[in-house]
Design a protein around this ligand. Structure first.
Ligand SMILES: [Zn+2]
Ligand SMILES: [Zn+2]
Length: 216
């Protein structure tokens, strides 16, 4: 068996469950030096439900089915994320920690918008896609005709699907269209270096997000 890459969303160390996150108030030299993250990790969870009282709050289930509260304490109290947080979507939180809330069980308190991204795919689809990215890279064969030679090139958009020619790519587009998006989004994780590097990762600001911020 090939060991899981640290960039594979299925990797339990880089993409931990809630109970494997560092605790916010513990001195944790392995994870933080003062407030700066010392290593890289990202929490992934499926959005079960959401509500907006003072702020956007989500009920989120981690990879192991453990349910927690995720509360937006960002500048806009989650307003720019609200529309995306539909049941079944997936939330990713870079450098998440276990937070002890005053009136509810432990969960994740969100403060930094650049560390949060919500994807319109199920967590299962993202985990499956991540696995497929590594498998397709090893196989390197045309999606449409199955040819495997030095001429196969990747789809420029998602950098995952292989095609031997322009013609095969055109013929395969209808079948590939939907997965192209999820491949492209999961590639963001796959192409990060999760092992070394002193600078914290941050999600690129999306156009939808920027628009929501402008309306706020
Ligand atoms: Zn082909
Ligand atoms: Zn593609």
């Amino acid at each position: 068996m090939v060991p899981l890459s640290t960039s594979d969303l299925n990797n339990p160390v880089t993409f931990p469950t809630f109970l494997n996150l560092p605790a916010e108030y513990e001195i944790n030299d392995a994870y933080f030096s003062s407030t700066k993250p010392r290593k890289h990790w990202c929490f992934l969870g499926r959005v079960i439900s959401s509500n907006v009282m003072v702020r956007l709050s989500l009920e989120v289930e981690d990879k192991k089915g453990h349910r927690i509260l995720v509360a937006f304490h960002t500048d806009d109290r989650g307003a720019s994320f609200q529309a995306q947080c539909t049941p079944g979507s997936t939330i990713a939180v870079l450098y998440a920690t276990q937070h002890i809330f005053a009136f509810s069980p432990p969960g994740v308190r969100l403060e930094e918008s650049a560390y949060i991204r919500v994807f319109p795919y199920t967590l299962e689809a993202m985990l499956r896609t991540s696995k497929a990215i590594f498998e397709r890279d090893r196989a390197a064969r045309c999606e449409v005709c199955g040819r495997a030679d030095a001429n196969v090139k990747k789809c420029a958009r998602c950098k995952t699907a292989w095609y031997c020619s322009k013609m095969c790519q055109t013929n395969g587009w209808v079948a590939h269209k939907d997965e192209c998006n999820v491949f492209r989004d999961v590639q963001w994780f796959v192409t990060r270096n999760w092992e070394t590097g002193v600078h914290a990762h941050a999600f690129p600001v999306e156009r939808v997000h920027r628009r929501a911020l402008a309306q706020h």
